[in-house]
Design a protein around this ligand. Sequence first.
Ligand SMILES: *Cc1c(COP(=O)(O)O)cnc(C)c1O
Length: 368
Amino acid sequence: MLSVSEPCLGQDEKDALAEVIDSGWITMGERVRKFEQAFATLHGAEDCVALSSCTAALHLILLGLGVGPGDEVLVPAMTFAATANSVLYVGAKPVFVDIESADVPLMSIDDAAAKVTARTKAMIIVHFAGYLADKEKWQAFAAERGLLLIEDAAHASGLAEAGTIGVAAAFSFYGNKNMTTAEGGAVIARDPGLLDRVRQARGHGLTSGTFQRHGNSMPSYDVTMLGYNYRMDELRAAIGLVQLKKLMDWNDRRRELTALYRGYLAERAQHVVVPFSAPRKTACHIMPVVLPHDSARPDVITALRNAGVQTTIHYPPTHLFSYYREKFPGIELRETEDFARRELTLPLHPKMREEHVDHVTRALADAL
Ligand SMILES: *Cc1c(COP(=O)(O)O)cnc(C)c1O
């Protein structure tokens, strides 16, 4: 079976893990710090904070920016549930925004403008499938209205521009992302004050770092905010440092495979929409296609599975999950719902070869 995604792991990661175990120090330490510096450098940032997940990153960004009860945050529904969940963690209200179209399944600026109210405080844009949201347009949108712009960059690790658009960006190193630490995440932010608040909230709200700088006075630390345990550990950071060295090559390979997909699909399945027809900066995280209106997606999925090809759906829209439907009933997002009904995600990962793309596109054309 050809998997939709697969982590690239091998001897280098094993060696790195063995080194941590031999060192006798497995919880957050100097490797986490090294990983933070390396990840920040890759994205042209001064610094970043490594965390236990991207979900924790989104939570602490909102917390650090003072988003809370009474505030509204614009979010797409065409994303993983964690994007909206993080808004609820801080007591704010997620306001769901439609996508532009099946060709550009990114949060629509027009629909976002229509959904701004006096309570809107922030918005979280998602670089869906790794394709970068429009930097200048969103920055102008946020500046004109005095809103905080946040990036959910879970799909865009290694894309230099990810993390340069908003006040802060959240990255994911979950097992199916472009690079992995098994579980893990990071926050990039330009404001060192925000980064400090995220760093303190990551470790129970303890001020130990500050106290250490002032010598060992009593008490050795204080708690000055409600914090969490969102730390990364040395084992994960060690894997991350190895993965970071390979990430750019992997992303290049993803772009090559995506170009092959586009070529074969144009030949073999003209009635399938391949989103992002116009050139756009991308980390090519996944390979979404949109099936014709009259095709039976469950049958296509079965036919592909019988041909040894795994597929998934990105995403069941957040506003249609039971929990969200009960909390925020009656929301309709036409483009998002149409896209979600017809979308199919094809296998894409750096270990794939050209003949895999050939096989998948033939199987898809046959199935249709
Ligand atoms: C994977 C993902 C997340 C959550 O990442 P975790 O590291 O698993 O918490 C958030 N947003 C998007 C768009 C994702 O794809």
